[in-house]
Design a protein around this ligand. Sequence first.
Ligand SMILES: [Zn+2]
Length: 368
Amino acid sequence: MKKSLLPLFCFCLSASQLSAQTEHSDGLFNLKDKPSAARFELSKERVWPEETGKPEVCLWSGDRYAAVSITIDDNWASNHEWWLNITKELDLQVTWFVITERVGTGAHWGTWEGFRALAEAGHSIQSHSANHLNQADGQWPGIDWEYAASKKALEENIPDHHILALAYPGGKNSDLNDREVAAQYYITARGTRGTPNPANQIDYLQTNSAKISRPYIDAILEGTSDVKWLSGGQYKRAWLSAHFHGVTGEAIEKTETDLRYLASRKKDLWIAPFLEVARYGQQRDTHTITLNENTESRIRYTLTDQMRDEFYDLPLTVKIKLPASWNRARAKQGDKLLEVETVEHEGQKYALIPAVPDRGEVVVIPGT
Ligand SMILES: [Zn+2]
């Protein structure tokens, strides 16, 4: 975040709330409110800046057209091996939302060793609450416990893994969910309303979650769909977050077909773990970019955001139209050489530069 712009504001935390936080002197923990209007004007096509040297943050990482994340609820250990195989074949990373109190209590619920193996294979392990709002024994400790105990268990059992996303438990007690409490522990929380998330009005504490299948994928990429309510273009460029439970019987073959179709569209889709998309989105939605120098020999800019750097350190992709005399570009942020991609559009060259907000000025020079 940009320190000078935000008021110093810090909650005094009680001992039981040590990991609970929303605002902080170093920036925002999350954009916790449902947006009342579009956060920015959304272009339904990729943006190609007209002005040479003027940097613009891309809607999605790598200037992909739309975003997708795949999540799996309720542990489903019997599917772990199948998911490991199909995601390895298609080079996909997915997210398990785990009910933590159930881990180790039976074959369906999996083991910590099993979830660590999924994390080591590159997947994301996040919270689906401690006990799924289960009130059967009349001893329910409350919603704060559901969210906090689960986060703590995951932090203890999945080392070196940021536990910052929640999927709200559904079912008959789902009205016990509380986004204000969730916002204290998690930077984002997934709901189950079955539509894609329009990119400029994401409710990060209650994201929609739909399906991975051709009608949904076509809706975010082409604006068309076999399903009438998904067509008409309103979901173009959206974030399609999807959730699975068990994949069994005939659903296995159908899901493999759907995942293969998804993977075939990778050139235009940023397919990333749920938490990554939620982080990119919140950094993007609060960013400021300042052009410091724009000459034939050098372009310099500063990128900041309002989010807490401790939790938000993803590179945002910045696009720059290169001066006519430049064949390519090289870029540095501090001492770090950035991996610049040069792309061409209608005979003009553009650089795609991944830089982390609040890490200092980015200097761009002609490359060979
Ligand atoms: Zn569930």
